[in-house]
Design a protein around this ligand. Sequence first.
Ligand code: GLP
Length: 241
Amino acid sequence: MNIQVVQNYEQLSRIAAFMIATQVISKPNSIIGTATGYTALGVYSSLVEHYESGDADFSKVQIFNLDEYWGLDKDHVQSHYNFIKANIVDQINIPIDSFNIPNGAAVDVFTECKRFEKSIDKAGGIDMQLLGLGRNGHIGFNEPSDYFSPYTYLVELSDTTREANSHFFRNINEIPREAISMGIGTIMRARKILLVASGIEKASAVRQMIAKKVTPDCPASILQFHPDVTILIDEAAASLL
Ligand code: GLP
C-alpha cells in the first residue's frame, strides 16, 4: 500500500484529482470507477478544473460508478446516478452514454447485477477505481460481513451507513435499505485503486484498514492485498495510525 498523508481535505481533493487527470492524460480511453459521498465531491470539483484548463480530455473515457440505491429510479434527486451526473459527468466532456451505473429500478435485480458486472468486463476492466471509506470500513456499499463478495450484488445497508448518508436525504426513513454494489472482487480487479478519506470520523476505519488484519469485518482491509493501491488521507483521518 502506498500511504500518503496530506494536510487537509482541500489538499487531498487536489492531489486525488491530479492522479485521476494523470491517468486520463496517459491513457485517454481510461475506464474510471467513481464513488459517491462527500469526500469524492472535492475530488470531482478539482478534476473539473483539469478539464476546464484544457489539460485533461474526457471524450474517450468511460465511467463505472460503484453502486446505486436499490429502489431509486435514476431520476430520483438522491440517486447515485444523479450525484455522479451532476457533479462530474455534466461538468466535463464525457458522453452520457459512457457513464455506467447499476439501475436501481431494474425489474430483476439479479439480472441487473450480472449485466453491470459483464459491462465492466466488456469495457476491458477498470483502469483506476476511486474509493471513499465508510466509517465502518465499507467500500462501495460492501458492508462489514463474514465474507468478501466476489461480484456485483444486492446489499443490505447497515444502520450506521444509512445514518452517515442521511445528510443527503430529508430524513433517515427516505434512505433505501438496500443497494446494488460492485463486490469486493469487482473492486479488487481494478488495475489501480485510489482511496480517499478525510476527517477524524474516519480515523478508526483507516487504522483498521491499514494497520490490522485483513478481515471482511473491515471490508477495506482487503486493499492490503491489492498490488497497486494509493491511500490518500488527511492528518485527521491518519490521527490513529
Ligand atoms: C457511501 C458510498 C461509499 C462512500 C461512503 C463515504 O456509503 N457508497 O462509496 O465511500 O459513502 O462517504 P463520505 O465521503 O460522505 O463519508
